[in-house]
Design a protein around this ligand. Structure first.
Ligand code: TPP
Ligand code: MG
Length: 305
């Protein structure tokens, strides 16, 4: 595993992963932008610091399990896995193409390193809770992490898993909610209110932590401590900015399911300029954080440079 321990290195990697997500989405001409950009910091923290995993041995039995329940944000999963060494970065350009291993929703059998096939929202926490329970029965120490979105918590199945995990005191299960307040048709609180989400999980007998999901320091602190989680399952509510890093996407639900170059809003530049502007904005941010580190680790540069 390629481990990064310095906060500035992790921040820079997150920016590279944002750029690579945009490059692959633009090449695909379809797919989801807002969630991947918002979750890039958390994915970076997982694959470059927190997770016990080995890209060269994806089936290593002692690995942690990371389940992506909201499968539609997989462009960021693929960009992170490629940078972590699971497959060549140029394969990111095959996103959503016919026959690719990088399907529009993750296909476990196609790509080594994926733990589940996902896309139907609301089912990932059940899968993760089942795995965590299995590890308990087998007296194994593996940790199960489950990434979920806020919109998918409109699904009843999600809450059945919440009950199950609390009943079995699955302290080896840590879920992270991408609390970006958007879903396909608008703001979550208008479509189907979830707040106060932290109190709901406490009432269901979970431990709860709330973090700024775009602050690397906070992410590392809470996810590192999560390894010591005791007595109950843990929900980390990560407040994130959908579309993080691209000015015309930030906070706008209309980018939930579209790549740059495909839609016009009152905030967007002309369609044909959207990809270039997104990459320029992300690249400037990355360049600021880059310093000498970049020269040393040149091979980690973004796909398009
Ligand atoms: C069971 C199910 N119903 C509907 C969909 C279609 N769908 C895909 S993403 C999405 C919005 C979910 O909200 P969220 O995950 O919070 O969106 P994001 O924050 O990533 O924009 C919907 C309704 C689905 N994938 N599965
Ligand atoms: Mg959401």
């Amino acid at each position: 595993m390629r481990k990064l321990t310095k906060i500035e290195d992790l921040r820079m990697m997150a920016d590279i992963i944002r750029e690579d997500s945009i490059v692959s989405l633009s090449a695909a001409k379809s797919g989801h932008s807002a969630g991947p950009l918002g979750m890039a910091d958390i994915f970076t923290a997982f694959y470059f610091n927190i997770l016990k995993h080995n890209p060269e041995k994806p089936n290593w039995p002692d690995r942690d399990r990371l389940i992506l329940s909201n499968g539609h944000i997989c462009p960021v999963l693929y960009a992170t896995m490629a940078n972590a060494g699971y497959f060549p970065k140029k394969e990111l350009l095959t996103l959503r193409k016919l026959g690719t291993r990088l399907q529009g929703h993750p296909h476990r059998v196609a790509l080594p390193g994926l733990e589940t096939t996902s896309g139907p929202l609301g089912s990932g926490l059940s899968q993760a809770a089942g795995m965590a329970y299995g590890f308990k029965l087998d007296k194994k120490k593996n940790l199960v992490w489950c990434l979920c979105s806020d919109g998918e918590q409109d699904e009843g199945n999600h809450w059945e898993a919440v009950l199950f995990a609390a009943k079995h005191k699955l302290n080896n299960l840590v879920a992270v909610t991408d609390r970006n307040y958007i879903q396909i048709d608008g703001n979550t609180e208008q479509v189907m209110p979830l707040d106060p989400l932290d109190q709901k999980y406490r009432a269901f007998n979970w431990n709860v932590q709330t973090i700024n999901g775009n602050d690397m320091q906070e992410i590392l602190k809470v996810l590192t401590a999560a390894r010591m989680n005791k007595n109950k399952p843990l929900m980390v509510i990560a407040n994130t900015m959908p579309g993080k890093g691209v000015s015309y996407m930030e906070g706008d639900y209309r980018w939930h399911g579209s790549p740059p170059g495909t839609i016009t809003t009152e905030r967007t530049p002309a369609k044909e300029k959207q990809t270039a502007i997104a990459l320029e904005q992300l690249h400037q941010k990355e360049a600021k954080e880059r310093g000498n580190w970049y020269l040393y680790h040149k091979k980690l540069r973004p796909l398009h440079s």
